[in-house]
Design a protein around this ligand. Structure first.
Ligand SMILES: O=C(O)CCC(=O)C(=O)O
Ligand SMILES: [Fe+2]
Length: 356
């Protein structure tokens, strides 16, 4: 990484080392985007690269057992890797409450937020961070996030979680559980897996993570990345976004992107790397990115549905049954996770870790 100029070093110290986050920097009243956040022009999302009339599928899941619904889900997972679901059963008030809780947490004074900063937090099940991997990034991402590990064991640390948002996070996670289960059942049935037994359950969904993402308003969002292009390493991600928009999904191998239109009450679903690997490429984990907003503070709440740390995953035997060659080797989830977090967001390069 090239050396940084003294002003960038100062900002890095304030945002990362002192734990103010990008929220703290915006609160100082900055009127321009600091160099530390300015992307080289070839990495910016330019208007010419946005396809204005395209959108990802929207699927009504009021009847999960309808074969047409199942088919739409599996088709969307294969062709798009991204879709929105409506009538999913998670109550609107639960969705609204967790978004409000995110605003409440990031609205706390520095001293209160800082109690949860990585390294200060009373428990490793909740951590406040900024950007993605600041020590590996030449340009930082315009986001802070409070991350909750949410396996049943992790939930034992609930009393140590921030009181301004912990109930809402747990309620959202609990209400989303049946949606997660249904989606995985349908997607696995599409891969000829009849039933999700205990071992499979561990590999598919044992260690969910819920993030409260916060993208404070940015003086010039076109210059910077809220989140750079990446695919998720999860099996599935369930994402609740607010009405500001700003999430873009890669459309083709060329550099074009589709905006994910906010729909009140909808959940955005995307396939993660693990499910692409387990499906031997039947389902696709598609790159996506976020652009911050010029005037509003954006929040989103992804649930990353992750395997247990020591789960081993690879192409499913049911998928390879008819003699198809596996495209991936078997990998331990914690190794894949460490690899992902050892470098900056970099498209779909993490998948090389598992590729044969
Ligand atoms: O905030 C969003 O809309 C998406 C965030 C995201 O892609 C991620 O955290 O992996
Ligand atoms: Fe993502």
């Amino acid at each position: 990484m090239p050396p940084r100029n003294p002003n960038s070093e100062k900002i890095l110290d304030f945002v990362v080392n002192k734990g103010n986050g990008i929220k703290g920097l915006v609160d100082t009243g900055i009127e321009t985007v600091p160099d530390l956040y300015i992307l080289p022009i070839e990495e910016r999302l330019l208007p010419n690269n946005i396809l204005p009339y395209d959108s990802i599928p929207v699927i009504d899941v009021s009847n999960w057992d309808d074969p047409k619904v199942k088919e739409s889900i599996c088709d969307a997972a294969g062709q798009w890797g991204f879709f929105q679901i409506i009538n999913h059963g998670v109550p609107l008030h639960v969705l609204d409450a967790v978004k409000e809780a995110a605003h409440r947490f990031f609205g706390l004074p520095y001293e209160e937020r800082n109690k949860y900063w990585a390294g200060n937090s009373p428990t490793d099940t909740v951590t406040l961070k900024t950007s993605f991997v600041p020590q590996a990034e030449a340009v930082l991402e315009w986001k802070d996030y409070l991350s909750f590990r949410c396996s049943p064991r992790d939930l034992e640390s609930f009393p140590l979680w921030p009181p301004v948002c912990r109930d809402e996070v747990v309620e959202y996670m609990e209400s989303a559980k049946s949606v997660i289960r249904k989606l995985l059942e349908v997607l696995l049935e599409g891969l000829k897996v009849k039933q999700i037994d205990k071992a499979r359950e561990y590999t598919l969904m044992a260690s969910p993570i819920v993030n409260l993402m916060y993208y404070p308003h940015c003086p010039n969002p076109d210059l910077t990345a809220g989140v750079g292009p990446h695919s998720d390493i999860s099996t599935l991600t369930i994402l609740l976004q607010d009405d500001n928009g700003g999430l873009y999904v890669r459309a083709t191998e060329n550099d074009s992107w589709i905006h994910v239109l906010p729909i009140n009450g909808a959940l955005v679903i995307n396939i993660g790397d693990i499910l692409q690997i387990m499906s031997n490429d039947r389902y696709k984990s598609i790159e996506h990115r976020v652009v911050a907003n010029g005037s509003k503070d954006r929040v989103s709440v992804p649930i990353f549905v992750n395997p247990g740390p020591d789960a081993v995953f690879g192409p499913l035997p049911e998928v390879l049954e008819s003699g198809e060659e596996p495209l991936y080797k078997e990998v331990v989830f914690s190794d894949y996770f460490k690899y992902f977090f050892s470098k900056k967001h970099d498209g779909k390069k993490s998948m090389d870790f598992a590729r044969i």
